[in-house]
Structures are given as structure tokens and as C-alpha cells.
Design a binder for this molecule. Structure first.
Ligand code: NI
Ligand code: MN
Length: 226
């Protein structure tokens, strides 16, 4: 599987299918691609915040891609004619040979429409994706929680994608503990340096977390093969 970082929390997993996660491209100063260039079969959205839902609607419609997200957010998107699969925390879904498990995240969520109206859209989540025998845990936006140990134990992810930017999510100290809890083979940090408020140093995270697993620091647009 090839894992491409599109900046912030956006990743493209390229294997037998193209799985796009949290495609925040428009307005993302780190985005290495344009919305038009992105090809996806399935889009996973961790929560309704603009820096995660991002360009989901446009990319989904352009690619006829299925959007997998929590039930309440799926209802909001379905009203906007997006093809969705609304699921919930703790369950798994199977779509074209991919297993998608929805896991908890410790965060908040809402959806803001074009008129600035705030709509409730369910809980924030993370995902464990299994494709071509490789398991990837994208935590979404989250604080540290000890049940991450369970996620590690149950799903044994090969790769963990986790925020280190602090302020809105875990900072470096918490993210290092999260890696210790989950014990992936490889960790890739995300959700840092996109904005001044989340300006943490990924090399500092790497130095501390490499006690527990391999840490790969990508630049937006770069990829890692697993
Ligand atoms: Ni958020
Ligand atoms: Mn965020």
C-alpha cells in the first residue's frame, strides 16, 4: 500500500482501491494537489469540522465515490446528494474488499453550511482501514485516551496516523503516549504546522516516539510504502 500525505489530516491510501481520508484541500496552505487532481473510490470523513470534511462533497461527486462517516454526518451529506454509508462507533463495514472499522475519538464536531449555519453532525471518530492485508489507524482529531490500548490490541495496526499539533488535539507528549498504547509498526504525524496555533516540531515527536516504533515524517505530497 502506498500512503500519500496531502497535508494536515488528509491521506490517500493507494492499494487495490483508492481510499481518501479527511480531504481538506481548498484553504489548506500545505495541500500539494488540487481538488480536481484527486481520484478516489472511497472517502472516509472523521468529523464535520471544515479542516477534515473539507472538499469531500466535490470530490465524492466528481469521482462517484462513496463517503463513509458517522450516521448523523451521513444524513447531512445525503441531503446534499452525496452517496454515503453512515455507520457508527465500534462497527465495521465492508466495501469492495476493504474493511473499515469506526473507532472513538476524543474531540467535538459540527458542520457549518455556506450560510454559516451550524448543524450538529454526530460524534467525531477515527478509522482502522484494512486493505490488501495492511492495517492503517487514522485517529482523526483526538485527545489521548487509554482505550487506544484496546484499539491496538484488537486491530493491531501496521501504521498509525496521529495528530501532534496540540491546542485542538494531542500535542507531542500525548502523541508519544498514544504510540506507546497502540504499538503500531510505523507512525506518521499529522495535523501540525498547517496554522500558527499548531506549530509543533515533528522531529521532536520522532525523537521521542522512536522508542516505541518507527516514525516517518513526510512532507505534504510525499508518500510511504508499506
Ligand atoms: Ni476537529
Ligand atoms: Mn482538525
Amino acid at each position: 500500500m502506498k500512503i500519500v500525505w496531502l497535508g494536515h489530516s488528509a491521506f490517500l491510501l493507494e492499494g487495490s482501491k483508492r481510499v481518501l481520508i479527511d480531504p481538506f484541500i481548498t484553504g489548506n496552505p500545505m495541500a500539494p494537489v488540487s481538488v480536481e487532481e484527486i481520484k478516489a473510490d472511497v472517502i472516509l470523513v472523521t468529523h464535520g469540522h471544515g479542516d477534515h470534511l473539507g472538499d469531500t462533497e466535490e470530490i465524492a461527486k466528481r469521482n462517484k465515490a462513496l463517503v463513509v462517516c458517522i450516521h448523523e454526518l451521513s444524513r447531512v451529506l445525503a441531503k446534499r446528494d452525496v452517496e454515503t454509508m453512515g455507520m457508527n462507533i465500534g462497527g465495521s463495514a465492508y466495501s469492495s474488499g476493504i474493511r473499515i472499522t469506526m473507532v472513538p475519538a476524543l474531540h467535538s464536531a459540527d458542520f457549518e453550511d455556506e450560510k454559516g449555519e451550524i448543524i450538529s453532525c454526530g460524534s467525531p471518530v477515527g478509522f482502522v482501514v484494512e486493505m490488501d492485508g495492511v492495517k492503517v489507524y487514522h485517529t482523526g482529531d483526538t485527545g489521548l485516551f487509554s482505550d487506544m490500548k484496546l484499539i491496538g490490541e484488537l486491530y493491531e495496526p501496521d501504521l498509525m496516523l496521529l495528530p501532534i499539533g496540540d491546542f485542538y488535539t494531542m500535542g507531542i507528549r500525548e502523541a508519544v503516549k498514544a504510540v506507546e498504547f497502540v504499538k503500531p509498526k510505523v507512525a506518521i504525524p499529522m495535523h501540525y504546522r498547517t496554522f500558527p496555533l499548531i506549530d509543533t516540531d515533528p522531529m521532536e515527536f520522532k525523537k521521542l516516539a522512536e522508542k516505541f516504533c518507527k516514525v516517518v515524517v513526510l512532507k505534504p505530497g510525499e508518500s510511504y510504502e508499506l
